[in-house]
Design a protein around this ligand. Structure first.
Ligand code: RNT
Ligand code: ZN
Length: 425
């Protein structure tokens, strides 16, 4: 059992922290108000190791992998929603859900992906409506016999391409349905695994086919109040080490010319390349961005998000640029080696802490020094800020939002593990 600090001591610590920040010209109450308005999109696939309900025993393909065998994986929509409910209760604020097409509820019937309908997601929409979550969506271009070759929208066979184009179209309609039903736009994000393990002789052809396929998927205009489209590139995957058709440059240019969103996944670049530096560059040319916050360890390993320097830098860029309205923040990782509900909660709380730290920054001061050429003062202040009492502000926020303060959230996870997760076969 972890002792909860008393409410009084949380309030006292907050009052002191508020003074310290006020001395720097930062209004902590205002920062918390802004933080409460930010919704993270929690990725459903952390709860079941990206298996979905279509053919979970068939396993995961597409060059991504969830490793580990911690007990308690969600096997049904009911289990997954129950696990999500538990996670949301431990994360301050109101957040969204990011769903994949393989999480359709077809009542035991096999429904092909190009025939998926909004009705197959009514269970999710009803749940989201009741609990007050927006929903984001993803067509699933992997874990399917027609993706076994490693090619989908770029496949040389027109029939196979057509199947996947129809899947993309079906998913945009489902996105529109979520947007209409829930009253908040659904971001429908396209990621495909297509690429070659070894050196291709033709890098251009698959990309030409990808343009045609994407144009066909996006041909129908959908009201952006309901659905917005996004494309996600990457550098490499398992089995596509030498070439990925949907690279970052490809999608950035595609998104700019088609006026759609581009998705930046923090695990999808060279290890020394930083997403934090790409945000302001991309947002000068696209209206909105989608982020997949992940954590690569040596490779695109999709480890649970923690409070790293880069996570903070990303949130600082969003806040400093005034981009909160234009950046949609999603999480994207899958760790099967630890309690899966804890994985959601730890990653989401870290992302929110980083956002809070960014919101507590005296940016105007830093900018003044920068413009005056006082780089010494800028560096000194940046370094001081790291040890300002943001923890007291965070604790107070958790108290305000009615979620456990500090590590005490683990008590609830342990209890849930004993009473629910451990009993799953
Ligand atoms: C894969 C991409 C993609 C997936 C999800 C499941 O490298 O990051 O976003 O993780 O669609
Ligand atoms: Zn991603």
């Amino acid at each position: 059992m972890n002792n909860q600090p008393s409410e009084q001591s949380i309030r006292q610590a907050y009052a002191l922290a508020r003074e310290r920040y006020a001395a720097l010209g930062v209004d902590t109450d205002q920062a918390l108000q802004r933080l409460a308005g930010i919704a993270l999109s929690l990725h459903c696939w952390q709860g079941d190791d990206v298996r979905g309900f279509e053919a979970p025993e068939a396993g995961l393909s597409g060059g991504i992998a969830a490793t580990g065998n911690y007990p308690g994986r969600a096997r049904t929509p009911e289990e997954l929603r129950q696990d999500l409910d538990t996670a949301y209760r431990l994360i301050p604020g109101r957040h969204r859900l990011n769903l994949h097409a393989i999480y359709a509820e077809t009542g035991g019937r096999r429904v092909e992906r190009n025939e998926l309908q909004p009705e197959h997601f009514a269970g999710w929409a009803d749940w989201a409506m009741e609990k007050g979550h927006g929903i984001d969506f993803n067509p699933t271009f992997f874990s399917h016999p027609l993706a076994d070759s490693g090619f989908t929208l770029t496949h040389p066979d027109a029939g196979i391409r057509r199947f996947w184009i129809e899947h993309g179209i079906a998913c945009r309609n489902i996105g529109e349905y979520f947007g209409k039903t829930l009253g908040t736009p659904c971001i429908t994000n396209i990621w495909i695994p297509d690429g070659y393990k070894d050196l291709p002789a033709d890098r251009k052809g698959p990309r030409q086919r990808l343009i045609e396929s994407l144009d066909a998927i996006l041909a129908e205009k959908i009201d952006p109040r309901f659905n917005r489209d996004s494309v996600e590139g990457k550098l490499f995957g398992i089995g596509s080490e030498s070439y990925v058709a949907g690279s970052h440059e490809f999608y950035l240019a595609y998104a700019v010319t088609r006026r759609i969103l581009v998705c930046l996944d923090t695990g999808h670049f060279h290890p020394t390349e930083l997403v934090s530096d790409k945000i302001s560059a991309a947002l000068l040319f696209v209206d909105e961005l989608l982020l997949h916050i992940s954590r690569g360890v040596r490779w695109d390993s999709d480890h649970v998000v923690i409070l790293t320097e880069e996570l903070l830098a990303i949130m600082q860029e969003i806040v400093r640029g005034g981009f909160l309205e234009r950046v949609h923040i999603g999480l994207d990782y899958f760790d099967a080696s630890i309690n899966r509900v804890a994985a959601w909660v730890i990653g989401a709380r870290s992302a929110l802490k980083a956002l809070l730290m960014a919101l507590l920054e005296p940016t105007d001061r830093l900018r003044e020094m920068e413009l005056a050429g006082d780089f010494t003062g800028r560096l000194a202040l940046v370094e001081e800020l790291k040890t300002m009492p943001h923890q007291a502000v965070w604790d107070y926020y958790c108290l305000q939002q009615g979620v456990p303060v500090g590590i005490r959230f683990m008590d609830e996870i342990r209890a849930y593990e004993t009473s629910v997760l451990a009993k799953r076969g």
